[in-house]
Structure formats: C-alpha cells, structure tokens
Design a protein around this ligand. Structure first.
Ligand code: UDP
Ligand code: GLC
Length: 396
C-alpha cells in the first residue's frame, strides 16, 4: 500500500502535504510524523518552527524539511499561556503565519501536527486559502490543560479545521466533550515492526555491562520525566519489590519537569531504592533497551492520549503493564495482551510486576499474544494508508 501512496504521489494524483510542527524535539508526536512523512514527502514537506534533533532526523530520512524560526515572543507563549503573553505574541504570530502561508501556496493542504502548529496553521491556511487538517495528539481535558488553552484549541479547530485526525478514541472523545465540531477520524500511531525485532544476545549482554547492571530482574519505563507520566508511582512500587531494578529512560524537557526529575533522583537515592534505579536520560536505542528489560511499565496518572511506548513494548515481545485510561485501553486487552492497573495505584502496579516476574511462562504467552496483536493493528503501512485516505477526502 505504501507503493500505492508513493506512485499516486509521484504520478501527480497524490496530495501535496505541508506538515507543520512547532517543535524540533523528539516527542511522541514528532516520532509519529517521522514514520508517517515518507509516504507523503516528497512531494510534501515538513516545516518546523525551531531547530533541533527532529530536523536532523527528517533530513537523514530524506524527507524535505525547512525551518522558519518563530519569533521569541511567540516561542515564549507557554503551554498554559495567559492573555497577556498571547497579546504580546500577536504581531510576531501574524508575521510568522504570513511566511508559512507563502510556502503553503505550493501545497494542497496544511497538516498541523501540534497545538501551536494549529494556531499558526489556522492563520496561514486562511491567508493561503488552503484547507487545514489537524492531527490531535492530546486529550483536551482538565487533567492536561487549562480551560483557556482548551477553549483556544477548540475555537480555532471549529473555525478553521476541515478534518481532525485524532491519535485515539480517547482524544476524539475529549475533543467532542470540549465542544469540537469538525469531522474526526481516529488513526492510531503506526510502527516499523522490524525495528523492534529481537537483537543478538551478545548485544544485550554488552549493553547490560555498559549500563553496569547487576544480575536480577529489570523493569523499564520509557517516557520523558514528567509528573503526569507517573515515574514516582513506579519508584514506590519498586520499594515493595526488593531485588528488582528499574531503567528510567527519557529526560525532563520543561522547567517543572526538571524539578520533578530532581525529586525522583532524591527518592531513588534513599536506602530502600539505592542502586536499583538507573536514570538513562534520552536514548536513541529504545528498541535494544526494550530487549534488555523483563517487563515494560507505563505509569501515566492522567489519561495517555495514545501511548507509543506501550505498543513498542508489545512489538518487542515484552510483557507490558499499563495504566487504565486514555489510549492505553484501546491498545491493551487486560489479561490477554498486557495488564492494566488503575492510575496512581502503587499496590496494583507492584502486584502486576510481581505476577509477571514470578510467572515467566504466563508473561511470555501474554507478550506473544501482544506481539501478534500489535503487528496486526499498529503497522506503519496501515497508519499511512488511513491518513492517506483521510486526506484524499479533503482533497479529492
Ligand atoms: N523515546 C525515545 N527515547 C527515550 C524515551 C522515549 O526515543 O529516551 C521515545 C519512545 O520510544 C516513544 C516516544 O519517545 O516512541 C514517546 O512517545 P509516547 O507516545 O509514549 O509519549 P509522549 O512522550 O509522546 O507523551
Ligand atoms: C503525544 C501523546 C502520546 C502519543 C503521541 C503520539 O505525545 O502524549 O500519548 O502517543 O502524542 O500520538
């Protein structure tokens, strides 16, 4: 099907997409786009509003990419922006949208891949007279965003967006609850299944040595360090699991996350956890690290919009424990393809990890069923095809 998309594009009947993302960091939404974009670009292109590692990755993948640096006033409008900073950002925002609009005239549509891209994209789409598609990667609820932020996103979507592509039913449902009116199709993230194939055992032994891990069971949590990702819940569960080690893979990106990371480090240095928690920072070798761990845990205490790491664990044939809510319940069938525990429940998390470690044959069967299921439901080919069909509805 990838070939269908590619040939349709090169024969000129494909959709020329201008992807717009404000971020050049390697967050989940950007990693999703990195996998999606090759089916569309060229002739499509990715436009970023800052420089960073995502830019390098796109270039290395042969995807046309350009950066228009957003003015400082626009970049400072934080996630929880108030009316003051929004007002100061207005002139810079108009100028930025104008520059994006000039690029957009060479494309059939603008595809905003983040909320800030939605703000810029809604102005640019009007200026360039191009339809706007928004890929919604967030659950727009009070657990994640201020009321002002939600109202802004929904108002812009209602006024300017032709089609919303939501990363899960949960994200679609929250958008509807918040008053979102445009048509929504749900397209789950897709993955290159081969990336998560088993690795040679000597590579895993070498990695274990390089990380200085003593023998014994290891659980892995692959997420940026942020309060809502719930790493603290894992640390408390670990306190009840003597002898079990944890890899915390990911780094803190924002200011409040730095504080949280410090608190995690202090907790991990206490007697009952000392030496058992390994902070690895951001890693590029997640597929290899997945092969090293005995259990993959996901601990988000607010509904996870989708949860790439859950699928990645399944594709790596690891047993997965995830918190019930958001996209996780669309990915995992509890007791069949993984275990679901209530968010923030230390006892339940500890019990689920213990169950998997104490019953390796059960864990293996769970992981095998999960692998089969994930291959069928979350392939990159299927995701590219669904997005492509959705876009051809917008540009027939
Ligand atoms: N990831 C990574 N290196 C790290 C930590 C995470 O490459 O050190 C990747 C991980 O493999 C996953 C993505 O970052 O693909 C995180 O996406 P997810 O949807 O789980 O959460 P998000 O951070 O986007 O909310
Ligand atoms: C966002 C969400 C995450 C999702 C990713 C890709 O980063 O927080 O849950 O998996 O987008 O859609």
């Amino acid at each position: 099907m990838h070939n269908d998309i590619a040939s349709a594009s090169s024969s000129g009947s494909g959709v020329r997409v201008l992807f717009l993302d404000h971020s050049a960091a390697l967050g989940g939404a950007e990693l999703y786009l990195l996998d999606l974009a090759p089916a569309f670009a060229p002739p499509g292109k990715v436009l970023l509003l800052e420089e960073g590692p995502f830019y390098e990755k796109l270039q290395a993948a042969g995807i046309p990419v350009e950066v228009i640096i957003a003015p400082e006033t626009v970049r400072r409008v934080a996630r929880e922006a108030g009316p003051g900073s929004a007002l100061r950002a207005a002139p810079g925002l108009l100028g930025l949208a104008w520059r994006v609009a000039r690029k957009a005239r060479a494309f059939d549509l603008i595809y905003a891949n983040s909320q800030k891209a939605l703000i810029v994209g809604s102005l640019a789409a009007r200026m360039a007279r191009r339809p706007l598609v928004w890929n919604l990667h967030d659950v727009l609820s009070a657990a994640h965003f201020s009321r002002l932020n939600i109202r802004l996103a929904v108002t812009l979507a209602n006024q300017s967006v032709r089609l919303v592509i939501a990363n899960s039913e949960a994200s679609r449902e929250a958008f509807r609850q918040a008053g979102g009116r445009p048509p929504v199709v749900v397209v789950h993230n897709g993955f290159d299944v081969q990336r998560f194939a088993p690795k040679p055992p000597e590579q895993i032994v070498a990695l274990r040595q390089a990380l200085g891990l003593p023998p014994g069971p290891v659980v892995g949590l692959f997420s940026r360090l942020a309060p809502w990702k719930g790493q603290h819940v894992l640390l408390e569960a670990l306190a009840q699991l003597p002898g079990v080690q944890a890899l915390l893979v990911g780094e803190a990106l924002f200011q409040d996350e730095q504080r949280y990371a410090q608190q995690l480090r202090e907790r991990a240095a206490q007697d009952d956890l000392r030496g058992r928690v390994h902070f690895l920072g951001f890693r590029e070798d997640v597929p290899l690290l997945l092969q090293l761990v005995d259990v993959v845990v996901h601990t988000s205490i607010a509904p996870e919009p989708f949860g790439r790491v859950i699928v990645e664990g399944m594709l790596a044939r690891r047993p997965v424990v995830a918190t019930r809510g958001g996209g996780a319940v669309e990915i995992v069938r509890d007791g069949e393809t993984g275990l679901l525990v209530p968010p923030g429940d230390v006892q339940a998390l500890a019990a689920a990890i213990r169950r998997l470690l104490d019953h390796p044959e059960q864990a293996r069967q769970l992981a095998e069923a999960a692998y089969q299921d994930a291959c069928m439901r979350f392939s990159i080919e299927a995701t590219r095809r669904r997005v492509w069909h959705a876009l051809t509805e917008v540009i027939p």
